[in-house]
Design a protein around this ligand. Structure first.
Ligand code: SF4
Ligand code: SF4
Length: 151
């Protein structure tokens, strides 16, 4: 699979552009992490990266994203183990877990995202920008909908 084919697997839902937090009572200051310890749980919020176009659910700085946003992870075949923080509906996670692509995936809908939006599987219409909120109030923004999946 070449890079173009790999990238086409992405549904473009932008759930991975949401800020996520790990419950850990022992940590005073929040810091980025790339692993999940036993017993820890990820909480998704509806706070989204300021570089996202929330209507199209696409990155406005795609080619510079990892430079501009260090936490922005470029998912490759080699770092799939980092998939633990991807939502259950993420195509890469689904394929990794042997669940195949869902019926609403753009690849199965003439390349269009409308079925995905219609089924509520993208972030469209559900987010606030990180530059518009106080990040220490993140608990007020915890959201369950990013964890939803639909075959
Ligand atoms: S930089 Fe772009 S791809 Fe990365 S989290 Fe922000 S909006 Fe998403
Ligand atoms: S969650 Fe997965 S499928 Fe959805 S935009 Fe992010 S990488 Fe693509």
């Amino acid at each position: 699979m070449d890079q173009q084919e790999w990238e086409s697997l992405c549904d473009g839902c932008a759930k991975c552009c949401l800020h996520k937090f790990i419950d850990d009572e022992s940590v005073v200051d929040a810091a980025p992490t790339d692993y999940l310890s036993q017993g820890e749980k990820i909480h998704y919020t509806n706070i989204v990266c300021g570089l996202l176009n929330t209507k199209t659910c696409s990155c406005t700085k795609y080619n510079e994203r990892t430079k501009l946003v260090p936490e922005c992870v470029k998912l490759t075949k080699d770092n799939l183990q980092e998939i633990f923080f991807m939502p259950p509906s993420c195509s890469y996670r689904r394929l990794h877990e042997g669940r195949g692509l869902p019926s609403w995936h753009p690849l199965l809908n003439k390349g269009k995202k409308s079925a995905m939006h219609k089924n509520g599987m993208s972030v469209r219409g559900k987010t606030v920008y990180d530059h518009d909120v106080e990040m220490e109030d993140f608990e007020d923004y915890i959201a369950l909908w990013p964890m939803e999946d639909l075959d």
